[in-house]
Design a binder for this molecule. Sequence first.
Ligand code: C5P
Length: 222
Amino acid sequence: AQAPVLAIDGPGGAGKGTVSRLIAERLGWHLLDSGALYRLTAQAAVRHAVALNDESALAQLAATLDVAFLAEQGSARVLLEGEDVSAAIRTEQAGERASQVAALPAVRGALLARQRDFQKPPGLVADGRDMGTVVFPGAALKIFLTASAEERARRRFLQLQRAGVDASLPSLLKEIETRDARDMQRAVAPLKPADDAVELDTTELAIPDVVDRIQKLLADSG
Ligand code: C5P
């Protein structure tokens, strides 16, 4: 039997990243941050001066991406071609570029096998937009995490403030709405809950409560 997968999908800012990391740590499972692969593809494109609409060149980049994920206590470092790009791929601009390349079918296809390679014993927590619908349709449990756009913008704003980065709440809200729209409307693997996903609205839930709920659902599913 293949190692079990916990798929956690949803729009940006719903808390997927933090929740996925905490659950993977608690269970001792592997973690796939699939959004990072799209961010890294876009980053590699900028680095190699590949246009963000050159589908075949981008797919080629995605297929040959030289990346390393280094897990450290409480955080994770990401290397692209040996260089630490952990901070560079987290900017709003990097997210916007990632969402552009993620709309291209050949890029998604090129990243499919790479994502499935993360499925190893004892299990995998997979964080993304299409983990339950496309990449791991046989996942043991599929969660669709949401929160209102206003709340997601507010969380992002606080996160940036803590990091000492200037930000404006209204422009963050606009960016979130633009990215949601593109992710939901694209033809391939659009952002939507799998038919058998459990939807969890985190607008009024704290992270530890979300983690507890998902762990209970996972225990009940097996
Ligand atoms: O989750 P994160 O914000 O890092 O993802 C960046 C972008 O990558 C998303 O806006 C989305 O367009 C794309 N993405 C995707 N499929 C995934 C994960 C991310 O299309 N499984």
